[in-house]
Ligand binder design. Structure first.
Ligand SMILES: NC(=O)c1ccc[n+]([C@@H]2O[C@H](COP(=O)([O-])OP(=O)(O)OC[C@H]3O[C@@H](n4cnc5c(N)ncnc54)[C@H](OP(=O)(O)O)[C@@H]3O)[C@@H](O)[C@H]2O)c1
Length: 310
């Protein structure tokens, strides 16, 4: 059955500003904040809407996620597998992620965690200098965000290795793909930056055995999803002195529970899932362009491949 051109967009961005931005970008569309007339709604844009919502919208033609990672959408039983799920492609997040990764790289290279500990003791103890060329970075995930992070760090003079599912070509980055390549990569990494999507293949990927493959003193940056990193394994490797530190933005349970030992660990730095936030203007611009494509019967950009899980 041929669907008619979409006319009504339900927006659940958690802030009324989203609705105003969508209305301004798509003057031909009705933009609503509540599914009062469920039969009329044919488009959805939002993040973590209430359970069961999609089952109540029988005329949906597309769902637009206000983020890059769609694992939470794919776990929903109410989202029909046949419905196009569209995610954000960069939309200003890569630039922020470059900064976040650099924060971790510089923390390792310039011994920041060590100097913070020494400051507590009022101890003046210069550490041996580390060069950029001697700071080996690995970026897991060379997608819309990871490839730009890897390229930017390489451009600053860091030796960067990149890892993905299929072999990618990123200028200045030593690329490899597939699980057999992961062990040798980890063994030669001082700063590990995880930018993989959360899928059946990547959940639990950074377990004790894999983290233990990192050289002594390495630093782990996790800015992807918390379920990919075994937090207990990380803590035990930090306590053993095998790993040097961790910069963590994402957690298996968010907000990170107040009693969680990660909060207290002296070599762990925590940020509350802010490594790369969605920028409303950029996101609306991208989604509006896709809605216009859909109205013209053209292919949208950023449709999630359900079989791959990202
Ligand atoms: N903390 C934050 O604030 C924040 C903000 C934005 C995004 N994120 C997270 O960052 C993730 C990455 O975003 P993105 O837009 O760059 O994703 P993307 O464009 O979908 O890229 C995903 C990359 O991961 C690779 N990959 C997927 N499964 C793999 C596997 N099993 N083994 C090896 N590599 C695998 C892909 O390989 P191929 O190239 O072969 O397809 C691709 O290079 C998102 O899914 C989200 O969870 C976090």
């Amino acid at each position: 059955m041929q669907s008619s051109a979409p006319r009504t967009l339900l927006v659940r961005g958690g802030d009324p500003r989203w609705n105003a931005l969508f209305a301004a970008a798509l003057p031909g569309l009705r933009v609503v904040a509540a599914p009062d007339d469920a039969e009329s709604i044919d488009l959805f844009a939002g993040w973590n809407p209430e359970p069961g919502l999609f089952a109540r919208l029988p005329r949906l033609q597309a769902v637009f996620a206000l983020g890059a990672g769609v694992d939470a959408f794919l776990r929903r039983p109410d989202l029909p597998g046949s419905l196009p799920l569209v995610r954000l492609l960069d939309a200003g997040m890569a630039e922020q992620m470059i900064e976040y990764a650099l924060l971790g790289v510089l923390a390792w290279q310039r011994h920041l965690l060590r100097y913070e500990a020494l400051q507590q003791q009022h101890a003046w103890q210069p550490q041996a200098p580390r060069t950029r060329a001697g700071t080996r970075v690995a970026v897991l995930g060379l997608g819309e965000i990871g490839a730009q992070v890897a390229r930017a760090l390489s451009g600053l003079g860091y030796p960067v290795a990149g890892w993905s599912r299929t072999l990618r070509d990123v200028p200045g980055v030593r690329c490899s793909a597939g699980l057999p390549a992961l062990g040798p990569l980890l063994e030669a990494t001082d700063v590990l930056v995880n930018l993989l999507p959360s899928t059946a293949d990547t959940r639990g990927l950074l377990d004790h055995a894999r983290l233990a493959q990192l050289p002594s003193g390495a630093l782990v940056v996790n800015a992807a999803r918390g379920d990919q990193l075994d937090a207990e394994a990380l803590l035990s490797l930090l306590d053993d002195g095998r790993l040097g530190g961790a910069l963590l933005d994402v957690f298996a349970s968010e907000p990170l529970p107040p009693e969680h030992p990660l909060w207290r660990h002296p070599q762990v730095r925590i940020t509350p899932h802010v490594a790369a936030v969605t920028l409303p203007e950029r996101a609306v611009e991208q989604i509006a362009a896709n809605i216009l494509r859909l109205q013209r019967g053209e292919a949208m950009h950023g449709i999630v491949d359900r079989a791959r899980g990202y």
